[in-house]
Design a protein around this ligand. Structure first.
Ligand code: SAH
Length: 479
């Protein structure tokens, strides 16, 4: 029987899909944060259950040959970079296995991870990684909170200070971080200027427990190719005090082109509210990807790793196998990045997206790139395609190629059914969650009536180095 605070010695044999180490001791399976495959550690049991337990590393007795020193001093407390102590090469091996395991366990597909296809098994290709797996994020959302000054006693009169940072893994306690190594250096200057403005003007930080206070988050977005910065405080108020002083403080940071304020007065974890007001410049920034120019509004989705987005879109365009004659649907299209990347190789492209600001961006992006054969509609993809109309009086044509790029929860089964009924020649599924990808691929493989699909390509792309997330491009053709 294992009890809380027991100390065990254990060798790590595997990872969970979240990147926690798995080891075995006394017939128990142990889940140990911050331990990597190949480590032998002394661990303290934190949460014992019947057959398994969670534990914490007390001491690394023998480090794994794949262990590296975390580049960020806050890596363990922050928890945003679960894999930072694993060599990058091994991170890619791990992610390939995560995709293969999901396809096999959830999708019940025969898979392999070597290049020779065995007995009809589907090969999960090696993960396309980055040359430099840091400083890749073009977007960061920093929680702002009033926290005790570090090193100060715990007495009643401890000094409090407004800080920006990240939440410690699975909690809402803020760890002050100015220079996260996944983000650009310039973010630290933006945060400094913003926090100084807050302190000098007695602007309060939002307190989740009481629902009082003003600033909840600071959103920073950067166009990597243009260097343009958008800064957007998210506030629990109708306006910020002394906006002129905020503009002066922030526009002194090189690159700041746009300052907006987003209003979110609802309790809960959703970061952005529905209303965004421009305080300075245009309420968007621009960026270039794959030779196209895009405008991006604060509420629109835009891939966070532009270097790898080019790799991802290249794979998606190649998988689509376009000859110039095809009608393409880009479902869950965001600001139209995939649609416009495909438009020059296709006859017509139709994008569907649920966020109206993003659809506005998509239409504007078609125009600014002189693309006339891409058309965008607002709505839930599952509703519009099932209804057979993009909007009233605009019937959906039949698509030859359907691109699906849903959020983590995957596609609605109604949409999968509609796509099966349409029976396009090719389906390109771009997924940020291998579990929902596997679930949805199973539905396509089982099919509807005499239409079903087989997997032709599984190409994972590392969009999120140092974290346990992985993106996958998948091509389906008729079986
Ligand atoms: N393909 C785009 C966006 C992918 S992210 C890109 O690469 O940038 C997924 C997008 O789906 C988001 O923009 C989100 O707003 C949108 N979305 C979420 N649910 C949707 C639904 N039911 N129908 C259509 N779009 C949806």
């Amino acid at each position: 029987m294992m009890n809380k605070n027991d100390i065990v010695t254990v060798t790590i044999e595997d990872f969970t899909r979240d990147g926690e180490g798995i080891g075995r001791a006394d017939g128990y399976t142990l889940f140990i944060k911050d331990a990597v495959i190949g480590d032998t550690v002394r661990a303290r049991i934190t949460r014992p259950k019947k057959t398994y337990a969670y534990a914490r590393v007390e001491e690394i007795l023998e480090p794994s040959p794949d262990r590296v020193k975390a580049a960020c001093p806050e890596a363990r407390r922050c928890g945003g970079c679960r894999l930072q102590e694993l060599s990058y090469e091994k991170q890619l091996v791990f992610k390939r296995k995560v995709v293969a395991d999901a396809l096999s366990r959830i999708g019940k597909f025969p898979v392999c991870t070597d290049s020779e296809e065995r007995d009809g098994a589907i090969e999960v290709k090696p993960v396309a990684g980055m040359a430099d797996p840091f400083r890749y994020r073009n977007k960061a959302q920093y929680p702002i909170a009033c926290v005790p000054v570090r090193g100060d006693g715990t007495g009643e009169h401890r000094e409090m200070r407004i800080e920006a940072g990240f939440y410690a893994g699975r909690t809402h306690s803020l760890i002050p971080v100015r220079d996260c190594l996944l983000t650009r250096e310039v973010n630290a200057s933006v945060l400094d200027a913003f926090l100084r403005y807050m302190r000098e003007n007695s602007v309060t930080a939002y307190d989740e427990k009481t629902g009082r206070g003003c600033v909840r988050h600071l959103l920073i977005r950067e166009g990597f190719s243009t260097g343009e910065l958008l800064v957007c405080p998210v506030i629990n108020a109708e306006s910020l005090p002394h906006p002129d002083r905020l503009i002066r403080a922030l526009s002194a940071v090189p690159g700041v082109r746009s300052i907006c304020v987003n209003i979110n007065r609802k309790p809960g974890n959703v970061i952005l509210g529905d209303v965004t007001k421009a305080l300075f410049g245009d309420p968007f920034i621009t960026d270039q990807l794959g030779g196209l120019s895009f405008r991006i509004s604060p509420r629109s989705f835009y891939q966070v790793n532009p270097v790898q987005t080019e790799v991802l879109y290249r794979e998606a365009v190649r998988a689509a196998g376009l000859t110039g004659k095809e009608t393409v649907f880009d479902l869950y299209c965001g600001i139209g990045t995939i649609s416009l990347s495909m438009a020059k190789h296709a006859k017509e492209v139709y994008g569907i997206e649920i966020i109206p600001d993003a659809v506005r961006d998509a239409r504007e992006n078609a125009e600014r790139n002189g693309i006339r054969n891409a058309h965008f509609y607002t709505g839930a993809a599952e509703d519009l395609v099932a209804r057979g109309e993009f909007e009233r009086g605009v019937p959906c044509p039949r698509a030859d190629v359907v691109v699906l790029d849903p959020p983590r929860k995957g596609c609605d089964p109604v949409l999968i059914r509609s796509v099966l009924l349409m029976a396009p020649e090719r389906i390109v599924y771009v997924s940020c969650d291998p579990a929902t990808l596997a679930r949805d691929l199973r539905l396509f493989a089982d099919g509807e009536g005499d239409v079903s699909y087989r997997i032709q390509l599984i190409q994972p792309v590392d969009m999120f180095p140092e974290t346990s997330h992985v993106e996958t491009v998948c091509l389906l053709t008729h079986s």
